[in-house]
Each structure stands twice: as C-alpha cells, then as structure tokens.
Design a protein around this ligand. Sequence first.
Ligand SMILES: Cc1ncc(COP(=O)(O)OP(=O)(O)O)c(N)n1
Ligand SMILES: Cc1ncsc1CCOP(=O)(O)O
Ligand SMILES: [Mg+2]
Length: 503
Amino acid sequence: MHRPVADPKPVVWTIASSDSGGGAGIQADLHTFNALGCHGCSVIAAITAQNSTDVLSTEAVSPAIFIAQLNCLLNDLPPKAIKIGLIPDVQLLQQLVLWLAEHKAKHRFSVIADPVLSSSTGVNFASEQLISNWQQLLPLLDLITPNLPELALLSGMPDAPVASQALLLTQAGAAAVLAKGGHNPDSTDITDCYISDSASFGLTQPRITTANNHGTGCVLSSAIAVACAHGYPLHDALIVGRAYLQQALAQGYPTGKGAGCLQHHSWPIDYRYFPKLHGPGTIPEPLLRFASMAAPIGLYPIVDSVQWLKRLLPLEPDVIQLRIKLGSASEIEQQVAQAVQLSNDYKLRLFINDHWQLAIKYGAYGVHLGQQDLNEADLPAIAAAGLRLGISTHSYAELLRARQLGPSYIALGHIFATQTKQMPSRPQGLQRLVHYAALCRDIPTVAIGGIDMLRLQAVVNCGVDGVAVVSAITAQTDPEHAFVQLKNQFQQYKVESRYAHNA
Ligand SMILES: Cc1ncc(COP(=O)(O)OP(=O)(O)O)c(N)n1
Ligand SMILES: Cc1ncsc1CCOP(=O)(O)O
Ligand SMILES: [Mg+2]
C-alpha cells in the first residue's frame, strides 16, 4: 500500500542523567520530546538511585561510554537541538566542552542547558570544580536556564540583582540567559528574566502551588529545546516552554511519598497557560477596549486605491482594507476620505492600514497596524474614537504582545511566501497557524501572506476567522471574478470545516 511520506520528526538529544523515579532527568526529557513531536535520543552521564523523596546515590558513566554515545548518535541521528541537564562529574563535563567546541559550529544545532547544580529534593551536585567547568561551557550555549541559587553559584555574585547576574553570564559567553524566578518565595506570580545581547524581557505566570513539581527545570529546558528544533526563534521557544511547563504543572499527579510528577500532554494551546510578557513594547494591564468586529471577518481583500474599492465594494466584501504605501500626505488624505465615504455608502466595514489619524478623523470602521506601527500610534485615542483595531503578528512573542493590547482581531502572517511585500521574517506555514489560531479562540484571527484559491481550504481548516489576500485578487486577469470565487469558496470551506470539527 502506498503511504504518504510524513515529515521526519526533528531529532533532539538530552545529555543528562537518569532519574530512577521517572519524574525528572532523562526520563522527563524524553517524555517532553515525545509529547511535543520530536524524536528523543539520550546521552546518559550518570545514573541516580532516586525516588520521590531522595537522591540516594549517583554514579557517573565512564568517559569512554559517554563519548561513545555522543559520537555514535552524531553519525546517524544528528540533532536539531541538544538539551544539557545534570552532569555530576567534572571529567565528563570537560569532555563535553571539548566535544561541543569541535562539533557545534559544523552541525549548527542549538544548545539549551539547565545547569542542575542542586535538585529540588535538596541534594547539592555543585563543587567548585564543577561550577568552573560550567563556566567554560557558557560560550557554547545558546541559552542557559539557571534557577536563582544556580545563577548565584555561576555568577559568583549572589547579592547582585538577578539581571546583573544574568548579564554576567552573557559577558562570560552564553548567548542568552533565562533566570528562573520560581525560587523567589515572596510572590504569587513567577517571573523569569530573559537577557541576551539584543533583548531583555520578563515572562510572568501565576505560581501553581502544588506538591507535584518534580522535574520542572528539566521539562522547561527540554520544551525550549524542542521548540528550537521545530524552528521557532528563541523568544518563541521560551514562550512555548513556559506554556508547556505551566500546563504540565496544572495537570501534575502524585507518585510516592514525596514530590509528585508533571503530566506530559501535548502542544500548549490554552491561553491560560501562556506567560505575560514584560519589557519594551508591552503595556501593562488593564487592557484598552477596542470595539468588536460584530460579525465574522470572512474573505478580506486588501487594496491600494479608491479605484480598487470602487470595483470591489459593489460585490459586498465581508471586510476590506485600504493599504496605501505611496503618495503625498494630501493625496493619501483625499483617498482615505473618499474611501470612508464609499464604505459608508455601501455600509461595509473598511479598515485603514497605517494611517490611524486619518482613520479617526474620517470615522473609518477600523485601523490595521503592524508591530512597528504600534510603537508610534496613539492606541487610547483609537479606542476612544470607537474604531476597531487589527494587529499584525509573525510569532508567539508578537501574538502575546498583541493579545495584551485587546485588539478587535489579530492577523497571523505571513503564512506562505509572498511577492507583495518584502518580509523580514520567514513564512510561518500551516502547522504554526493551527497553533496560533487555537491560542486565539476568544478573538478573531486573519491569516495573510501568499494565500490563493489553491491554498484557501487548507488555511480555513486551520481555524482562522478570516483570510486576507492581495495578489489573489488584484493580480488576476479578472479580479472581480477571482474575488467572488474566493468569497464563495471561503464560505463553503468554513461550513465544511465546522461540520468536520463537530462530526
Ligand atoms: C490583515 C492584515 N494583516 C497584515 C497586514 C500587514 O500590516 P503591517 O505589518 O503593518 O505591514 P504593512 O501592511 O503596513 O506593510 C495588513 N496590512 N493587513
Ligand atoms: C501586507 C502583507 N503583510 C503580510 S503578508 C502581506 C502581503 C500579502 O499579499 P499576498 O496575498 O499577495 O501574498
Ligand atoms: Mg503597517
């Protein structure tokens, strides 16, 4: 029988130690890799005799078998990402430093390290020599995820502010640091602090008070490694990791007499489990209130002139956007004024791209803004004028930032390669669109970028509320016909998709 060839699962390694109790270490890492759609390989550094209350003994493997595991995997199952966990042996850690220095640049895998220097059951794995070897590892790491005691050991500045300690690790060579705030006992929320050369922000979630918390650090770093292996940029990988951990904690279960375990599940899609982002470009709650879309978005043509509006408005688009990129200020103002008048005549919903002051001045239905535009726009003025707001997003980080602003809809793009606009990011593809749309069940979403008649059904099936198109209409020989066909097909695919979901 012919079977379609499935995309290969990305390979992720864990270089860590066995937890005989099954809740942490290699065992937790492999559960996480599997739950998030990767193939997991393991390089075992040590075996611990451990249960839910204690680590009773630890025995490192020989350097020979440690290196043999690394080399044999590299020959056949090269990783997209590596997670490093507990390596309680100086000699093995030294070997790992040399091995990574030899192979990392050539094989271009990401390395995410959780420096397990003490266990949640209170066992201390840290010696001065081990800490100094971890410091040598730093320049080979894309991310290190210490908890506060580990950060203090690695930075050697326990009394300095967390951000200064994390900065010190980046100065020592780590590309990025996620300082985990869970050990700060004072707060009902947990804030992790992210610092790299180019960015710094916080990720905050409510603390889940539970005894079922064994292996949290292992699971977080593994989930981050998986998201890197799937090709998510690091900022997004952190978000996926935090959401996966929160979900696993919320569903944790008791095991022995001590700490229970986390429940491994699947890709997180419930907004409750996602962190709030703090930092440049985010605004604190309470949210602004933008007017709602009132009706589904549907097929959403984007055009660049009043001439185009005159052609399409009589065909009753669900929503339409005027996106003018050329012309003098007075020409643009004239076009916006005419466009709003036309949309009023036809009683149709018109969004103005970028020019939010003109949209307010002439009373358009709404404004569409990109991430850059958000920094310059007066959002409270847009909300106060009763206009709807649509926001472009291209990643989890942008999506969370947009959600925190309470917009009327969120655009998700670009899904496929597009000729219409030069994009700074890579196409997102359908799998990510499914994840993003699922995260926005309570707010309308629009997919955009490279969507045409052939791709329409697959996009609608991802669960979006609308589909925005430019060239699928304006570059066609018969644009009116193309519009009508796309609009009808959209409606039909939406009905079929709902039916399939309810069946
Ligand atoms: C529905 C919709 N989605 C995305 C965009 C892009 O907006 P932006 O990121 O601001 O880029 P420009 O369109 O201004 O080039 C959009 N216009 N509409
Ligand atoms: C404006 C914009 N923003 C993201 S993709 C895009 C262009 C979409 O055009 P097309 O539908 O022709 O790919
Ligand atoms: Mg814009």
